[in-house]
Design a protein around this ligand. Sequence first.
Ligand SMILES: Cc1cc2nc3c(=O)[nH]c(=O)nc-3n(C[C@H](O)[C@H](O)[C@H](O)COP(=O)(O)OP(=O)(O)OC[C@H]3O[C@@H](n4cnc5c(N)ncnc54)[C@H](O)[C@@H]3O)c2cc1C
Ligand SMILES: NC(=O)c1ccc[n+]([C@@H]2O[C@H](COP(=O)([O-])OP(=O)(O)OC[C@H]3O[C@@H](n4cnc5c(N)ncnc54)[C@H](OP(=O)(O)O)[C@@H]3O)[C@@H](O)[C@H]2O)c1
Length: 357
Amino acid sequence: MPGAAKEVRRFTFDTRESESPLTYEAGDALGIRPVNSRRLVTEWLEVTGTHGSTPVEVAGIGEMPFEEALLRYLDITRITSDLLRFVGERTRDGRELRKLLRPDNKGELARWSWGRQSVDVVSDHPVRASAREWARVFSRLRPRLYSISSSPLVDPHLVALTVSVVRYENPGGRPRGGVCSSFLADAGPGARVPVFVQRSPHFRPPADATTPMVMVGPGTGVAPFVGFLEERRALGHRAPNWLFFGDQHRATDFSYERELTALLDDGTLSRLDTAFSRDQRTKVYVQDRMREHGPELWHWLQGGARFYVCGDASRMAKDVDRALRDIAVAHGGLGEAEAAAHVRQLAADKRYVRDVY
Ligand SMILES: Cc1cc2nc3c(=O)[nH]c(=O)nc-3n(C[C@H](O)[C@H](O)[C@H](O)COP(=O)(O)OP(=O)(O)OC[C@H]3O[C@@H](n4cnc5c(N)ncnc54)[C@H](O)[C@@H]3O)c2cc1C
Ligand SMILES: NC(=O)c1ccc[n+]([C@@H]2O[C@H](COP(=O)([O-])OP(=O)(O)OC[C@H]3O[C@@H](n4cnc5c(N)ncnc54)[C@H](OP(=O)(O)O)[C@@H]3O)[C@@H](O)[C@H]2O)c1
């Protein structure tokens, strides 16, 4: 959205012309096999002084021109230990790089790597090596997974994703991008993209029409819940559904505002609580909204609701788990240990399910 700090895009894939039929269920993820950016491949060839036409071997695939290997098969962005070791040993002064590889320097390495790609390492620490040697240093380019934000019951041939596009500048001010999210964002309409379905059998809307559902999905975590709600509407399930959504600013980051408002209007969504973290001086997150509505949330859980969480694993999912335990203490009258056991039991009963990354 104009003015947003983040670029969040919805991509819809038409699978009718797919070579083998592609079927999915709400809650599954779509795997995308990206290719690297041509501009980055050209930069690699320039920085290393290698030729794109030199034949190289890609393990498990065979021999091909270096340029083809860089574009389609090799991970040419991630700063790996193998790359740091290779450059650290061959460049004129590799002390800084070798120091970063020390086992006690993991935090420092993560901080230093943030905002850099492997080409930035080589351009700051020049190395003489052949195309064949470089091809052996890189690992294989891996597919990326995205939660599917649609239901096949609406149209079995259309698969929608909600993608936060990773774009930033390196320390020299050069634009850099996440491999797959920028591949999708920069591909024109109608581009053919190789995909596969990654099943998530644990992460499905309730099969029972009367089971209520509580969903916590800040940022791109909202993605699967749009599919869950479409599915329940298509099936005519009348159980109440409650969504907690959050992002930076209401004006620019309210993904699916129109769709969610329509779902509220037609009664598919019973409650929508939002937490726009940067619209006021003090940050407000989805778990703050959960605590504010703790008595009702506890009531829903006691009434058999299933509780779903999707999005950031590193901080959000842990904080939401903490909030759930706090609500069990505050409104269920449980002690700390009992609350922890209660939440563990919800998970064991598959009434508390997460898809976090
Ligand atoms: C089950 C599952 C479901 C997922 N669902 C979704 C989804 O619905 N939507 C979604 O958007 N993503 C989703 N993801 C994440 C997605 O798979 C990718 O990891 C994400 O899009 C980044 O991939 P990329 O190839 O664009 O970036 P990569 O090339 O993998 O680069 C990412 C790396 O870039 C660096 N980086 C990132 N941001 C910055 C920055 N601002 N400054 C400096 N460095 C930075 C970090 O080192 C980061 O690890 C999901 C992941 C899983 C496992
Ligand atoms: N490794 C990291 O440091 C890091 C950081 C961000 C995102 N990511 C990843 O980037 C991808 C896309 O993220 P996204 O843009 O969809 O969403 P996001 O960055 O997770 O942000 C969505 C909302 O969640 C808020 N938030 C931040 N910390 C939170 C916490 N501890 N608990 C609850 N809410 C919190 C954000 O607030 P504020 O931004 O205002 O704090 C924002 O309002 C995901 O894969 C995510 O895992 C990684």
